[in-house]
Design a protein around this ligand. Structure first.
Ligand code: GDP
Ligand code: MG
Length: 163
Protein backbone atom coordinates (compact mmCIF):
# COMPACT_ATOMS: atom_id res chain seq x y z
CA UNK A 1 0.00 0.00 0.00
CA UNK A 2 1.39 3.31 -1.12
CA UNK A 3 1.58 6.16 1.36
CA UNK A 4 -0.96 8.92 0.71
CA UNK A 5 -0.06 12.61 0.66
CA UNK A 6 -2.92 15.13 0.62
CA UNK A 7 -2.66 18.78 -0.33
CA UNK A 8 -5.01 21.09 1.58
CA UNK A 9 -5.39 24.85 1.86
CA UNK A 10 -7.73 27.67 1.03
CA UNK A 11 -8.51 28.57 -2.59
CA UNK A 12 -5.87 30.20 -4.74
CA UNK A 13 -2.79 29.43 -2.67
CA UNK A 14 -1.38 27.21 -5.44
CA UNK A 15 -2.44 23.69 -4.46
CA UNK A 16 -3.13 22.61 -8.04
CA UNK A 17 0.07 24.19 -9.29
CA UNK A 18 2.04 22.29 -6.64
CA UNK A 19 0.18 19.06 -7.43
CA UNK A 20 1.06 19.34 -11.13
CA UNK A 21 4.67 20.18 -10.31
CA UNK A 22 5.08 17.13 -8.07
CA UNK A 23 3.41 14.65 -10.43
CA UNK A 24 5.24 16.21 -13.38
CA UNK A 25 2.10 16.48 -15.48
CA UNK A 26 -0.69 18.94 -15.80
CA UNK A 27 -3.62 17.08 -14.27
CA UNK A 28 -5.01 19.50 -11.75
CA UNK A 29 -6.71 22.49 -13.29
CA UNK A 30 -5.33 25.79 -12.10
CA UNK A 31 -7.32 28.92 -11.56
CA UNK A 32 -7.36 30.27 -15.12
CA UNK A 33 -8.88 27.12 -16.70
CA UNK A 34 -12.61 26.37 -16.86
CA UNK A 35 -13.73 23.74 -14.39
CA UNK A 36 -15.64 20.53 -14.96
CA UNK A 37 -16.72 18.70 -11.84
CA UNK A 38 -15.74 19.31 -8.30
CA UNK A 39 -13.96 16.27 -7.03
CA UNK A 40 -10.63 15.47 -5.51
CA UNK A 41 -8.06 14.34 -7.98
CA UNK A 42 -5.14 12.08 -7.41
CA UNK A 43 -2.10 10.65 -9.11
CA UNK A 44 0.82 8.43 -8.42
CA UNK A 45 4.00 10.36 -7.68
CA UNK A 46 7.61 9.51 -6.95
CA UNK A 47 10.61 11.09 -5.30
CA UNK A 48 13.99 9.37 -4.98
CA UNK A 49 12.39 6.04 -5.84
CA UNK A 50 9.78 6.39 -3.12
CA UNK A 51 6.30 6.05 -4.57
CA UNK A 52 3.21 7.63 -3.10
CA UNK A 53 -0.32 8.73 -3.96
CA UNK A 54 -0.79 12.49 -4.17
CA UNK A 55 -4.27 13.99 -3.73
CA UNK A 56 -5.29 17.56 -4.53
CA UNK A 57 -8.26 18.04 -2.23
CA UNK A 58 -9.19 21.22 -4.10
CA UNK A 59 -10.35 19.05 -6.97
CA UNK A 60 -10.87 19.80 -10.60
CA UNK A 61 -12.90 22.92 -10.45
CA UNK A 62 -11.36 26.32 -9.92
CA UNK A 63 -12.06 27.39 -6.38
CA UNK A 64 -13.68 30.58 -5.24
CA UNK A 65 -13.68 32.21 -1.85
CA UNK A 66 -17.47 31.73 -1.74
CA UNK A 67 -17.25 28.00 -1.19
CA UNK A 68 -15.64 28.59 2.19
CA UNK A 69 -16.04 27.26 4.74
CA UNK A 70 -18.09 24.12 4.10
CA UNK A 71 -16.07 22.61 1.28
CA UNK A 72 -12.77 23.42 2.87
CA UNK A 73 -13.80 21.76 6.10
CA UNK A 74 -14.92 18.72 4.13
CA UNK A 75 -11.64 18.64 2.24
CA UNK A 76 -9.61 18.93 5.42
CA UNK A 77 -11.59 16.13 7.09
CA UNK A 78 -11.09 13.96 4.03
CA UNK A 79 -7.37 14.62 4.15
CA UNK A 80 -7.21 13.76 7.85
CA UNK A 81 -9.04 10.48 7.20
CA UNK A 82 -6.93 9.50 4.20
CA UNK A 83 -3.45 10.96 4.40
CA UNK A 84 -0.23 9.71 5.88
CA UNK A 85 1.23 13.17 5.35
CA UNK A 86 -0.70 16.42 4.83
CA UNK A 87 0.72 19.37 2.92
CA UNK A 88 -0.98 22.46 4.27
CA UNK A 89 -0.38 25.14 1.64
CA UNK A 90 -0.50 28.85 2.48
CA UNK A 91 0.24 31.98 0.44
CA UNK A 92 3.59 33.47 1.43
CA UNK A 93 2.79 36.77 -0.23
CA UNK A 94 -0.53 37.34 1.51
CA UNK A 95 0.45 36.19 4.97
CA UNK A 96 -1.86 34.51 7.48
CA UNK A 97 -5.62 34.73 6.88
CA UNK A 98 -8.59 33.81 9.06
CA UNK A 99 -9.27 30.76 6.91
CA UNK A 100 -5.65 29.61 7.31
CA UNK A 101 -6.20 29.85 11.07
CA UNK A 102 -9.40 27.78 10.88
CA UNK A 103 -7.72 25.09 8.83
CA UNK A 104 -4.71 25.07 11.15
CA UNK A 105 -6.99 24.57 14.15
CA UNK A 106 -8.59 21.50 12.60
CA UNK A 107 -5.26 20.07 11.45
CA UNK A 108 -3.50 20.61 14.76
CA UNK A 109 -6.04 18.50 16.59
CA UNK A 110 -5.74 15.65 14.09
CA UNK A 111 -2.39 14.33 15.25
CA UNK A 112 -1.38 13.74 11.61
CA UNK A 113 2.01 14.53 10.10
CA UNK A 114 1.58 18.01 8.69
CA UNK A 115 4.02 20.05 6.66
CA UNK A 116 3.33 23.77 6.41
CA UNK A 117 4.10 24.76 2.83
CA UNK A 118 4.53 28.46 2.23
CA UNK A 119 4.00 28.95 -1.51
CA UNK A 120 4.62 31.92 -3.84
CA UNK A 121 8.03 32.64 -2.37
CA UNK A 122 9.29 33.32 -5.87
CA UNK A 123 12.75 34.61 -5.08
CA UNK A 124 15.58 33.11 -3.12
CA UNK A 125 15.25 35.93 -0.63
CA UNK A 126 12.58 34.77 1.83
CA UNK A 127 10.29 37.62 2.85
CA UNK A 128 9.42 38.44 6.45
CA UNK A 129 5.81 37.40 5.75
CA UNK A 130 6.92 33.77 5.83
CA UNK A 131 7.73 34.05 9.54
CA UNK A 132 4.13 35.10 10.30
CA UNK A 133 3.10 31.51 9.66
CA UNK A 134 4.76 30.30 12.86
CA UNK A 135 1.65 31.61 14.60
CA UNK A 136 -0.41 28.82 12.99
CA UNK A 137 1.27 26.42 15.41
CA UNK A 138 1.98 23.86 12.71
CA UNK A 139 5.76 24.13 12.81
CA UNK A 140 8.34 25.61 10.46
CA UNK A 141 6.97 27.13 7.27
CA UNK A 142 8.74 25.55 4.29
CA UNK A 143 9.18 28.22 1.60
CA UNK A 144 8.54 27.13 -1.98
CA UNK A 145 7.52 28.54 -5.32
CA UNK A 146 5.39 25.99 -7.14
CA UNK A 147 5.40 28.20 -10.20
CA UNK A 148 9.15 28.85 -10.26
CA UNK A 149 10.04 25.32 -9.04
CA UNK A 150 11.91 26.57 -6.01
CA UNK A 151 12.16 24.47 -2.86
CA UNK A 152 10.18 21.52 -4.24
CA UNK A 153 13.06 19.05 -3.81
CA UNK A 154 13.62 20.08 -0.20
CA UNK A 155 9.88 19.75 0.44
CA UNK A 156 9.76 16.25 -1.04
CA UNK A 157 12.84 15.23 0.98
CA UNK A 158 10.83 16.21 4.04
CA UNK A 159 7.69 14.38 2.82
CA UNK A 160 9.36 11.00 2.31
CA UNK A 161 10.95 11.15 5.77
CA UNK A 162 7.46 10.65 7.18
CA UNK A 163 6.63 7.41 5.32
P1 GDP B 1 -5.46 26.47 -5.87
O1 GDP B 1 -6.78 27.17 -5.92
O2 GDP B 1 -4.94 26.44 -4.46
O3 GDP B 1 -5.45 25.14 -6.52
O4 GDP B 1 -4.42 27.41 -6.65
P2 GDP B 1 -3.90 27.31 -8.17
O5 GDP B 1 -2.85 26.27 -8.30
O6 GDP B 1 -5.06 27.23 -9.07
O7 GDP B 1 -3.17 28.72 -8.28
C1 GDP B 1 -3.85 29.92 -8.05
C2 GDP B 1 -3.08 31.05 -8.69
O8 GDP B 1 -1.82 31.23 -8.04
C3 GDP B 1 -2.79 30.81 -10.17
O9 GDP B 1 -2.93 32.04 -10.86
C4 GDP B 1 -1.35 30.35 -10.15
O10 GDP B 1 -0.68 30.64 -11.35
C5 GDP B 1 -0.76 31.16 -9.00
N1 GDP B 1 0.40 30.50 -8.38
C6 GDP B 1 0.53 29.21 -8.03
N2 GDP B 1 1.76 28.96 -7.53
C7 GDP B 1 2.43 30.14 -7.54
C8 GDP B 1 3.75 30.55 -7.16
O11 GDP B 1 4.60 29.77 -6.71
N3 GDP B 1 4.05 31.87 -7.31
C9 GDP B 1 3.16 32.77 -7.81
N4 GDP B 1 3.56 34.03 -7.93
N5 GDP B 1 1.92 32.42 -8.21
C10 GDP B 1 1.56 31.13 -8.08
MG1 MG C 1 -6.98 24.01 -7.35
Amino acid sequence: NRPVVCIVGRPNVGKSTLFNKIVGKRIAITEDSPGVTRDRIYSEAEWLNRYFILIDTGGLEPESEEIIPMNIKRQVEMAIDTADVILFVVDGREGVTATDMEIANILRRSGKEILLVCNKVDTHKVSDKVFEFYELGIGNPIPISAEQSLGIGDLLDEVIKHF
